[in-house]
Ligand binder design. Structure first.
Ligand code: SF4
Length: 416
């Protein structure tokens, strides 16, 4: 599956029956995932088309292999698979034929010959309770992690366990994340349980295109994926604003897409692009499927966000004692007031579309230097935005900077 010597990705794609249009569409999806302007699509395509095979070493420690499963079932399989093929996967114990000391020797050889030039991906927690836990080929996980991560150009820690120890930190091995075991290493944390492979592929695409890592937040998570609250991207948000909540599983509200806040949804406290990239080739995500968000991409979510089915006690931005009921009533009072009870459901559905329309108009206005369609500033009728998170996650976010935009797009390239 790997590119043969001298073969470009573009040639490989044609060989696999993937058209240039399909490839460019994939690059457009990647640009959108990375929150880059559409003009970057061509730059990404050029970079990926001519890329030389960088080495990737994927190590697993205390894990369930869920993150490997996630990336091996990437969306856009034709293209993502080939993009992943451009990487020389020198070690991945789940899919490689070798095992034991022989396989370990291959990993060590790759580290020595490609020192400072390869990308490491770490899956699973690393035990801090002693060398007797999680040994591979006679070596401890800590020893292997220090060798692989310490000599990598960059490391991507996929999933909650590789980020901060995840659930394993509470067990007898006292699992730790990569950045705690190898302090000072260049690490990107792709939080989630498991990680969303769209984000990991996007980080790889960004790295192969711009030869640097994307902008990160204070947890070393890429801002393009963890820069916005789930609550602000959720399709059930209009129900939240209208004070319409699921009261118990299977009730009328649950069957009709009402807000899951009272069922313990942690969306108001969690940053992630889960509602946009979704899962299974963009088919759905937990809240759309009817389950509350458990904030699996938030720091130490097993401890900080459980019990998963109990309500968030206080909503940020509305005062310490504000609850879902009063928030709903307050926002209704500010925005709509006169909704007739029998029409609430219809109005709420309409508001979702209008909210998106207004957001699009705001972008156009910003580009044209106007506000709310006027050339002078005016009040907005948007629902109150909750942009802060408990613990200051959102408030402390550094501003992300996209790299310098490409000079021009390639005209007519789509039709090739
Ligand atoms: Fe969506 Fe949960 Fe926020 Fe309700 S509380 S709008 S279900 S993210």
């Amino acid at each position: 599956m790997l590119l043969t010597s001298g073969e470009t990705l573009e040639e490989r794609l044609l060989e696999r029956g993937v058209s240039r249009r399909t490839f460019l569409n994939f690059c457009g999806v990647m640009a959108a995932t990375l929150a880059l302007p559409a003009a970057y699509r061509t730059q990404i395509a050029k970079a990926l088309g001519s890329v030389r095979r960088p080495v990737l070493i994927w190590r697993q420690f205390q894990d369930c292999a869920g993150n490997s499963e996630s990336i091996l079932r990437s969306p856009h399989p034709d293209v993502a698979e080939v993009v992943l093929d451009t990487l020389a996967w020198n070690y991945h114990e789940l899919i490689m034929a070798g095992a034991g000391e022989q396989a370990e020797a291959q990993s060590t050889q790759a580290v020595q010959t490609m020192k400072g030039k390869y990308i490491a991906v770490i899956e699973g927690a690393i035990p801090a309770a002693g060398d007797g836990y999680c040994t591979i080929g006679g070596r401890s996980a800590v020893d292997i992690a220090r060798e692989v991560v310490g000599n990598a150009a960059a490391t991507i820690a996929v999933g909650a366990c590789a980020w901060d120890g995840g659930l394993v930190q509470y067990g007898p091995t006292v699992g730790q994340g990569v950045q705690d075991v190898v302090p000072g290493a260049t690490v990107v944390n792709i939080g989630g349980c498991p990680h969303n492979s769209a984000n990991t592929v996007a980080v790889l695409v960004y790295y192969l295109t711009f030869h640097e890592l994307p902008a990160l937040d204070q947890y070393n998570r890429p801002l393009f994926a963890y820069g916005d609250l789930i609550h602000d991207q959720c399709e059930r948000r209009a129900y939240y604003d209208a004070g319409l909540y699921v009261e118990q599983w299977g009730d009328y509200g649950h069957r009709h897409g009402y807000c899951l806040y009272k069922m313990g949804c942690k969306g108001p406290s969690a940053s992630y692009n889960c509602p946009n990239v979704r899962w299974n080739d963009g088919t759905s995500w937990p809240v759309q499927a009817g389950h509350n968000c458990i904030a699996c991409a938030s720091p130490n979510f097993w401890g900080n966000m459980s019990p998963f089915y109990e309500r968030v006690p206080n909503v940020p931005g509305f005062g310490a004692d504000t609850t879902a009921e009063t928030v709903g009533l307050a926002v209704i009072g500010v925005t709509a007031a006169a909704m007739a009870a029998h029409a609430v459901g219809k109005n709420v559905q309409g508001r979702v579309g209008r909210h998106r329309d207004r957001a699009a108009r705001r972008e156009q206005d910003a580009e044209a230097g106007t506000v709310n369609g006027n050339t002078t500033p005016g009040p907005t009728t948007e629902p109150i935005s909750q942009s802060a998170e408990p613990g200051g996650e959102a408030a402390a976010r550094p501003a992300g900077e996209a790299p310098a935009p490409p000079v021009s797009d390639e005209p007519g390239s789509e039709g090739n």
